[in-house]
Design a protein around this ligand. Structure first.
Ligand code: GLC
Length: 551
């Protein structure tokens, strides 16, 4: 270990900085991503696409919902079996068991091993836990013969056809079970449950983003606009006006009616029109189970950030840039060998005292003789990768906020980018001289972009001079402003990475239609493991509809 900076190591830091700069996402890039996403979201509301998927959820919880329901939450890596008791006062209790999904069932020709695995875990869970809940469950569901109603959270892209059915469009996050594509996850799960003769009825299908939105709304007791997931994968769901949803096959709705939309934002801009790309992104995509798909997700989510860092480090190691000696068997040389939790731990350990970070690098990378500059270089690269992810996340959240119309009083003065382009084109193609209002708007737009550029320069110099990240204003609870835009969030990246939310908010501020004033209205609250509870909330809503004879 050597605290002395020699030439070799100065070279390392310079190389690391050069690579880190490739991950820089400027304010103009953020605006471009937001504008493009708004256009794609609007397109997905009127055309049949693999994004903007209707969830058939027509209302959000108020907090008064009651009942006990089973839920199965199949995420990117784990499967949880939950018995959720909704108390009707915005609180709930959950009894759950969590299981790592074996790699052999994630990638498999047949769908049966996966669904048999889940049914087996439901059987074990019921054997262990049902006694405690039977009394409560029976009083709600009236008779012992009634099966348990189960909400199924299935965190993959499904074209939903009703609250209780849908077809799997494709796998992602490294999963690949070809036989399941085009089939209904509820039917596959019910089939496996019936094979074991369990008293369980699968009554609803939920995407995890939709489930998280419902949970946040239930617990916050407020009308939540959206939920965002930054876990193994990334996605968001939001509340859309039913009258805006014109996809073929979706019911028409009157004024005031809503539907929750599963954006599947992970696949936005798969054509790579606006997303940033480095050689590392390209290599990661090429090596993935689904090249050319989920390009946004591949720059944001936990499944990929560790891998991006690994690819960069391997290149530096091969070029002899580090002082440390890395074991041949190191996870650094294995695909997916670095978990994104390493990036969070490095950021949390910080730079005040390097001893913690040194130990972390030594143990995670099986390295010997790690120097402070080795650690500095890794931290610099790791921070740049996550910062780009957080800023892209901010850009896409901005798109949802703009599309939702929640900013309308403010954005009525600052028209959306599409409108501005149309307006400019109109003024260029007509003979009518542009009005003073148009001129004023153009000036405003110019000033805004100058301000953003200045802000970015300031930002860059701050972070390169001492690693001080800008502190963006969080929502002020004491602010009497009523027009809060409530967002639920889940996923370890959001929860554990110390500057993820701040960087996301920084990008929100830079989007012209949002600005610092709009960003201040955004309240983001953690809805941890909200997807399972959300499925129970959906099962509760379906049960109420059934009782009213609506289903
Ligand atoms: C992937 C899935 C999506 C899910 C997200 C988060 O993007 O396609 O359905 O919501 O991961 O788990």
């Amino acid at each position: 270990m050597s605290p002395v900076t020699n030439d070799h190591q100065t070279g390392l830091l310079a190389q690391a900085q050069r690579i880190a700069d490739e991950f820089n996402l400027g304010p103009e890039d953020v605006q471009r991503v937001t504008s493009h996403f708004v256009r794609q979201m609007r397109d997905g509301l009127v055309n049949h696409r693999a994004w903007q998927l209707p969830s058939f959820v027509r209302s959000v919880p108020t907090g008064a919902e009651k009942g006990t329901f089973l839920a199965v939450d199949l995420g990117g890596s784990n499967c949880r079996i939950c018995l959720v008791h909704l108390r009707g006062d915005s609180t709930f209790t959950v009894t759950q068991s969590s299981h790592r999904v074996p790699a052999g069932v994630m990638v498999c020709q047949s769908y049966k091993p996966l669904f048999d695995f889940m049914a087996g875990k439901i059987a074990d869970f019921l054997a262990e836990n049902s006694a405690a809940y039977t009394k409560d469950y029976d009083s709600i569901h009236e008779q012992r013969a009634t099966p348990y109603r189960l909400g199924f959270t299935f965190s993959f892209t499904c074209d939903q056809t009703s609250l209780a059915s849908g077809t799997l469009i494709r796998w992602d996050k490294g999963w690949d079970i070809p036989e399941a594509v085009g089939r209904d996850p509820c039917v596959m799960l019910q089939e496996a449950i019936d094979k074991l003769g369990l008293p369980v009825l699968v009554t609803v299908l939920a995407n995890d983003s939709v489930g998280t939105l419902l949970t946040r709304s239930y617990t916050a007791g407020s009308s939540t606009l959206a939920a965002v997931i930054f876990g193994t994968g990334t996605n968001a769901a939001y509340v859309e006006k039913l009258s805006n949803i014109k996809r073929p096959g979706t019911a028409k709705g009157g004024a005031g009616q809503i539907m929750v939309i599963n954006t599947e934002w992970g696949c936005l801009d798969d054509n790579m029109e606006v997303l940033p790309r480095t050689v590392y992104d390209d290599y990661l995509d090429m090596e993935s189970t689904d090249p050319g798909s989920q390009m946004f997700e591949k720059r944001i989510s936990g499944m990929y950030l560790g891998e991006l860092l690994r690819l960069v480090l391997v290149q530096l190691v091969q070029g002899g840039a580090f002082e440390m000696i890395i074991d041949k068997e190191s996870p650094l040389f294995q695909r997916q060998g670095i978990d994104s939790s390493f990036l969070s731990e490095l950021a949390t350990a910080g730079s005040k005292d390097y001893s913690e970070s040194l130990v972390l690098v030594e143990s995670q990378l099986s390295a010997k003789g790690v120097t402070i500059n080795d650690v500095r270089a890794i931290q610099l690269l790791s921070a740049a990768i996550v910062r780009r992810a957080a800023r892209l996340a901010g850009a896409s959240l901005a798109a949802i906020i703009i599309q939702s119309g929640r900013l309308e009083p403010l954005s009525a003065q600052l028209k959306c980018p599409d409108a501005r382009i149309a307006e400019r084109e109109a003024s260029e193609t007509t003979d009518t001289p542009i009005s003073s209002i148009q001129r004023f708007r153009q000036k405003l737009s110019l000033l805004w972009h100058r301000f953003i550029k200045m802000f970015a320069r300031l930002n860059r110099s701050k972070s390169s001079s001492g690693g001080i990240l800008p502190q963006y204003s969080r929502h002020d609870e004491s602010n009497p402003e009523k027009s809060i835009i409530d967002i639920g969030a889940d996923g370890s990246l959001f929860e554990l990475y110390p500057t993820f939310e701040d960087d996301m908010r920084g990008a929100l501020q830079e989007v012209q239609e949002i600005g610092p004033a709009g960003e201040r209205r955004v309240r983001i609250g953690l809805a941890k493991d909200g997807s399972g509870v959300g499925a129970a909330l959906m099962a509760q809503a379906a049960f109420e509809m059934e009782k009213r004879g609506e289903q």
